[in-house]
Design a binder for this molecule. Sequence first.
Ligand code: GLP
Length: 264
Amino acid sequence: MKIGIFPDDDTIGQVAADFVEDLFTRQPQANLGLATGSSPLATYRHLIERVSTGRLSFAQGQAFTLDEYVGLDPQHPERYRNVIYRDFLSGVDFPAESVHSPDGNADDLAAAACAYDRLIADAGGVDLQILGIGSDGHIAFNEPGESFKSRTHPGVLTNQTRQDNARFFGSDINAVPTHCVTQGLGTIMEARRLVLVAQGRAKARAIRELVEGAVSIRWPATIMQMHPDAWVLIDEDAASELDMIDYYREVWEKSRHYRGVCSG
Ligand code: GLP
């Protein structure tokens, strides 16, 4: 993994957007993996700006979201499909039929999850997956104890995650769904490039485990250590529990010439 440590969220967003722009410039028909949540908002802002100025286009691409709550009304503002539309898709030019997400309201959730996994594979796989991280180390909605080989599946949300996400539901944990459908860790690991963004002290422990901890399903994101092309873009607060900050900064600076895609 390569670790980029930046002074603020906007710079993280700019660097992450550089990765996406680089992909779509080389490969306009690429498949982009989207995460919901607050972490990628600056990334999405930069991408929206680049599309609006004509510097970047997703018109030939496809988008795949990571996960969805189970049982929310289709019109519910916090349904992830609606969130990602509001935060990102409404401002860019993916054709509506090229945007895909797991179905959290299917009668047979397991079958719908399998179908979504197949859809991603049949599209040729995700070229670049944007990721956030939960304070308990989850990526997408893969909570501690999940299988590293898991495919897209229905799952149960921990109380920690429901507590973390209660801020989107009027600070009422009881309003947060108890279940989800999520791309599995095995599915996510098949994306050709992973770009994880995280900010703030609440993520510092999870980032420490991700970057310097043992690979363990106690901290699901640690599987990213096994990915050949994974990038972790964080601010100083999220980096605050890392032992080897100086080394990561040195590597980031000195690998500019072969990284080749970032302006940060
Ligand atoms: C949520 C989502 C993840 C997200 C993570 C962090 O529960 N399922 O996809 O990356 O938790 O969220 P945030 O970026 O709001 O901190």
